[in-house]
Design a protein around this ligand. Structure first.
Ligand code: ZN
Length: 224
């Protein structure tokens, strides 16, 4: 379902469709809302998908959808009939989208940051209820990297500040890096600036570099 013309730095369409249908778990919804607040191309894609969402939904396996998914999607389309009605960022000028502040509190420095590897810190954000996904902030110091790894589930990284590249693409503020078991990468922050990301994952990462394999049992990234 992913649009091949879409930049790899944007979230795959299926995540936006699920969000329009109201079926995304809380942590994913938080990331998608923040992505839409920061990225005009994402808002345009979301509007396009919502306008044709009914047709796309009919092509999906009904068993995969929540019973009220179509009703919720149609209600969403009724409420958002044109791209101009898609919510524009209210606080995009600040570092964090307004929708994130309920999860981060007034200062991210007050969060419980823990070191993952040298130059990489993570702070888990409290959710409203239990979820298979974890929501966290991830800070990669300028020029540092997350060790080479693959994934046992889904991972979404939304850049809030700075930038990084992972060998597949470059990701700047508002961009999303989506990865799963088919992706083996090592995100590297730009040399000039620390990179702050919103991180969503539903399984631990699996290190694949020569030294990283030895550290797998110790690594806690993506899961508490
Ligand atoms: Zn990854």
């Amino acid at each position: 379902m992913t649009n091949p013309a879409q930049s790899p730095a944007h979230i795959p369409d299926e995540w936006l469709l699920d969000h329009a249908a109201g079926t995304t778990p809380e942590p994913v919804a938080v990331l998608v809302e923040a992505h839409l607040a920061l990225s005009a191309p994402a808002r345009a894609t979301y509007a396009r998908l919502a306008s044709v969402g009914g047709v796309l939904l009919e092509q999906q396996n009904p068993a995969e959808l929540a019973p009220d998914a179509l009703a919720r999607l149609m209600a969403h389309i009724d409420a958002n009939p044109a791209p101009s009605r898609v919510a524009a960022p209210a606080a995009a000028a600040g570092l964090l989208p307004a929708s994130l502040s309920a999860y981060t509190g007034p200062s991210i420095e007050d969060l419980a940051w823990r070191r993952i590897v040298r130059g990489v810190e993570q702070a888990t954000l409290k959710l409203g209820g239990p979820s298979p996904y974890e929501l966290s902030l991830l800070r990669i110091a300028a020029g540092k990297s997350i060790p080479q790894h693959t994934h046992e589930g889904d991972e979404l990284l939304l850049v809030l500040a700075g930038s990084f590249e992972d060998g597949r693409a470059g990701y700047a503020r508002g961009d999303v890096c989506a990865a799963d078991a088919s992706v083996d990468h090592a995100p590297v922050a730009d040399r000039a600036t620390d990179c702050l990301c919103l991180h969503v994952a539903n399984a631990p990462i699996k290190l694949t570099g020569p030294f990283g394999r030895l550290l797998n049992p110790l690594l806690k990234l993506a899961r508490r």
